[in-house]
Design a protein around this ligand. Sequence first.
Ligand code: SF4
Length: 185
Amino acid sequence: MGLEEKLPSGFILGKVEDLVGWVRSSSMWPVTMGLACCAIEMMAAGTPRFDIARWGMEVFRASPRQADLMIVAGRVSQKMAPVLRTVYDQMADPKWVISMGVCASSGGMFNNYAIVQGVDHVLPVDIYLPGCPPRPEMLIHSILELHNQVIKGAPLGVNREETIRKVEEAALNAPPTHEMKGLLA
Ligand code: SF4
């Protein structure tokens, strides 16, 4: 017999991580981080037609201290990379990153010295969103996927820090993309 049967009706049991995850998923605020053409689609997601206000996310925060989600929308130049990292470090914990578009995720068509070949060389990424540019519906889908990840009991406290440390370590140890030959090797 479980504990549930001994309790009066109206009680719900659950893990603290699940409950906290549900609360967090309902209160994400994105920081302003539009870097190139993908940002136009990101801005469109905030308009009444697509309406991310349904999740309370339509106001992109100008201060990292009021934000816990960074949507990297567009290519990341070498000059912008340290700025991106500084803003990320200043954001409230726990925080999440969506890499929006092929440029942010892998450098895209800009396989050159000026562009970081994947923002995961600079930040730990939670969701990669493909496309050039991804439509606002795709961004909304990736936001909902992120909500699901957070609801499913993302690790808390030191466990979350450990997860992020491993992700960052893996990204730093990954071979540079110019060494990846894929199917052409
Ligand atoms: S993925 Fe396409 S739309 Fe997005 S920043 Fe790159 S070139 Fe622009």
